[in-house]
Design a protein around this ligand. Structure first.
Ligand SMILES: [Zn+2]
Length: 79
């Protein structure tokens, strides 16, 4: 997905090569550790649904980027 530049990028320069592009998460269903790709261009706080690569159950993925580009990522089982 391509996102157009917007004024927020001046204050929060994600997508310039310093932001984390992947994260390890533990599946809440099967417990397997998976590496998921991140999209810094989608913003500092993200929430979306992604299927587990192992058991195919839907995760709700939460992503928060710190100002230095470090991603905090956690997943929950979809209710
Ligand atoms: Zn799983």
């Amino acid at each position: 997905m391509v996102s157009l530049p917007d004024p927020l990028d001046d204050e929060f320069p994600l997508g310039d090569g310093v932001a984390d592009l992947a994260a390890e998460v533990d599946c809440p269903y099967c417990g397997e550790r998976c590496i998921i790709a991140l999209d810094p261009g989608s913003g500092a706080d993200q929430e979306y649904v992604e299927d587990c690569q192992v058991c195919c159950q839907p995760w709700v993925v939460h992503v928060h980027y710190d100002p230095d580009g470090t991603a905090e990522v956690w997943v929950e089982g979809e209710e």
